[in-house]
Design a protein around this ligand. Sequence first.
Ligand code: MOS
Length: 762
Amino acid sequence: MNAGIVKPGAIGQPFSRVDGRLKTTGAATFTAEYRIPNVAYAALVFSHIARGRITAIDTRQAENAPGVLTVITHENAPQMQQTPVFGSASDDSAAPGAASSSIPYLNTDAVYFYGQPVAVIVGTTLEQAEHAATLVSVSYQEEAAKLSFQAEKANAFEPANVLGENPEYRQGDVEKAYAEACYKVDHVYTTPPFNHNAIELHATLAIWSEDERSLTVYDSTQYVIGIQKMLAKKFSLDEAQVRVIAPFVGGGFGGKGNAWAHVPLAVAAAKVAKRPVKLVLSRAGVHYTVGGRTPSEQRVALAANAKGELTALIHTGITQTTAQNDFPEQFTFPARHLYKAENMWLLQKIMYLDVVPNTFMRAPGESIGTFALESALDELAHQLGMDPVELRARNEPDVDPTTGAPFSMRNVAHAYRVGAEKFGWVQRHPTPGTTRAGRFLVGYGVATAYYPAYQFPAAAKVQVYADGTAVAQSAMHEMGMGSATVQAQNLADALGVPFDKVRFEYGDSRFPEAPVAGGSNSTISVGAAVQAACDRMKQTLHGLVAEDDASPLIDTRLNEVEFRDGGIYSRKDPTRGETFAAILSRLGMDNIEAEGAAAPGADATTYSMGSYGAQFCEVRVDADTGEVRVTRFLGVFDCGRILNPQTAISQWRGGITMGIGMALTEAALFDERKGRIVNPSLAEYHIPVNLDVPAIEIHFLDIPDPQTPMGAHGIGEIGITGVAAAVANAVFNATGKRIRDLPITLDKLLGSVPDMDVSDYM
Ligand code: MOS
């Protein structure tokens, strides 16, 4: 077992972000900010139909516009190779590469969605390129597009798999159990499409070498290695000839996990223009060309006996995706792991629409899945006349309910106890609509947070320098999560070097391979690789002294020494030893390096590994206008050992903030006649702002998972899970109105929202 779990060190300390000063002073350079000599600027022309073919494209006016260097369309674009689609259900999702869909952008006259790039303008200035983009005139032969979720529902089908799992799970006779139960609820919950809105706009800066044999790309990505492999294939280059750099990323949330159209198009444009090309999407460009979260319709039916023990749990539903990417969101995953129920039926279906391919968005599946499941639990608790916290406690499983595997760690009941106490849950009045503060109706709601703990293969390199400093490198990403800080802490402890003497380098495909920064995997995936590299380094360093007459550690064995304070010391005699710097300078070496790699152990699948949380919410609803304000929010998280409380708390707060947006304000408004998103700007797509978000109180249990590196779990995604349900449950407690359709806007609270017919789902 990792000694780091018990030894005090850098891990567990609330260090400020190592990149914090650079970012707050503007010294951190993001993709769009690199100044490259002779750079040209690209702008995209978007399709104005949802499906069909381009019959003619008139670029003459654009070509003659001032400052225009070249106009690229499907008629003159370089041929690019097809590459595997990342994270899809039917392709090999483990295939390297990061393509967001199989659409051969600008190598086809076919249009697959409204907003698909159909031309790229390269200009001397951004303004010139953007102006010229308005001068391109495209003629289409339009085809009937599938744009209506409701109309396509009847054609929904089971995907090949959902993130590698069977889309259906059945246990017992759920229909019979449901029919026989005294207490039951059965409703449909709906969530709208959500768009990605990271602060940093997606950007790519492509620089070809003069001989066009090598390519350097700055890209705002969560996956430098994936982009590297994809571009190498697309442009028929050796992987070693493609370098992808992403030192800082201004938020990703899954929207930068795949390469969207602008990435290969910027590279193609640079090739045609024979100049470095910078392509920064506009906010509307992000909404049009970067996929977001699928809308969903989910049925949850729960039945219980008088003790509140679940006898039937049904969670089925439909999400949309496209034939070009095939990505089902795993909304049934929480139901697979959260509650004990004798009879269970879980099923996911998908349908294809002609829209921008959907993608990962913070806790894809778990965020919308917990909205439905945790709302239904609240509805059942109300019917039983039971406290919703108590109802969850009564259905706490001893082993994973669907796999039968033991939990590697699970303290969700403990999280609820802590949360109820800190939040003052006892003050909740169980009868809805009975607590008032002036003209406001006050309500409390609670919901469970859940996200799996993933580890992926990763590699790292460590170097120790003669000046006593240590550096680790991995092609990991820092998008604001605090990963660079946490890995520096990990490096310091693993090598026995003070925190101020270590540095962590990341965001460059030249560094040892690391996975996509997705699925909250980075911390333990890269953490384990850094530790493996440090283990090698320690063996190497010890090997240098154990046979050296000049060293006080001659003839020691590895298990007789410890690594601390930047040196090696005898365990028996702490005064006997020497610093790494002393060793290197005696041997006349500038530095020593060691590499290491790690992958999940063989027994990773023998455990059910997840993170949990209890989300508590207080709302005030204006009794006259229906306006909802979240007045208090408190989350308690069970995510293994917490490596840095400061950055962890910030992650959970961010997740909860995003969840409040999901609950109350966010929705991409989709015009089903044209297939156009009609609110592609931050003025009309409402992400929560400061006044929408109260001070969020965070607690964490900090109980290590004995099965994971460092005892830790990823923490990036769990924060958003359960939030929308906690808000909806609080709104019900305040008003007696159950809103099952996100976002919970005042029109729904003031009007009457008809319940959807569950019979579609039988
Ligand atoms: Mo996360 S949606 O896997 O970036």
